[in-house]
Design a protein around this ligand. Structure first.
Ligand code: F6R
Length: 239
């Protein structure tokens, strides 16, 4: 694991350079994206670089980590909507090659097809991750088998409470999500994990210093050969 401790602005700049390098080498790379508050500064930086002509997404294929079950892609809290408004509509990506798990068709076939589509596209070249306060990656909550592929999970009360900040009240937060599995994530050739804020400090300690265990799903990243972890000072406070 390569560990970088920096300010949120520096993290966005440094991580964006990984996209510039990868896309220079492989313009048609397959990129795995995440939602949530953490990647927003990075997405803003990627948008700027694209506007300045220093980066192009025109030949990439993308797969997002997860989606709330029951939310239509047009719902303003759906992760498809988040990606469109924070990245896809602002860069030169071909939207027909952007994928977000369906929150509506969560049949076994549709979930299995998501992994098949990733494989058909050539596999993920680089997967971006945030981390939950409980160590979740994607929506793989503690206890998720490390061998899991794309599946539906029941969100923990803690995750629903944390994410309720974006809804009118907790009753509106979906109870389930479709998410890439831990194995799907681990199959990516390169992984970037970003953690900012004191609420992530314990999870980052467990991820880096704890045992590899499904109790902290992100700890499995210790077994991946190419992970870059970016943390701000607050997220790194217990290390
Ligand atoms: C988002 C995702 C989640 C978030 C995590 C942190 O697609 O899969 O694992 O990365 O919940 O969320 P924020 O960044 O809002 O703290």
């Amino acid at each position: 694991m390569k560990i970088i401790i920096a300010s949120s602005e520096e993290i966005a700049k440094s991580a964006s350079r990984q996209y510039v390098e990868l896309l220079k080498e492989k313009p048609n790379a397959v990129l795995g994206f995440a939602t949530g508050s953490t990647p927003l500064p990075l997405y803003a930086e990627l948008v700027s670089l694209c506007k300045e002509g220093k980066l192009s997404f025109k030949d990439v294929t993308t797969f997002n980590l997860d989606e709330y079950v029951g939310l239509e892609p047009t719902h303003d809290q759906s992760y498809r909507y988040f990606m469109n408004t924070n990245l896809f509509d602002l860069v030169d990506v071909d939207k027909s090659r952007t994928h977000v798990p369906s929150g509506i068709d969560t049949s076994d076939e549709a979930l299995a097809q998501y992994d098949k589509d990733i494989a058909l596209a050539g596999g993920l070249d680089m997967q971006l991750l945030g981390i939950g306060c409980n160590g979740h990656i994607g929506f793989n909550e503690p206890g998720t088998p490390l061998e899991s592929l794309t599946h539906v999970v029941e969100l923990t009360q803690n995750t629903r409470e944390v994410n309720s900040r974006l809804f009118n009240d907790i009753g509106e937060v979906p109870t389930h999500a479709a998410t890439m599995g831990i194995k799907t994530v681990m199959n990516a050739r390169k992984i970037i994990l970003i953690a900012t804020g004191a609420s992530k400090a314990q999870a980052m300690f467990d991820t880096i210093k704890g045992p590899v265990s499904s109790a902290c799903p992100a700890s499995v990243l210790q077994l991946h050969p190419d992970v870059t972890v970016y943390m701000d000072k607050d997220a790194a406070a217990l290390l």
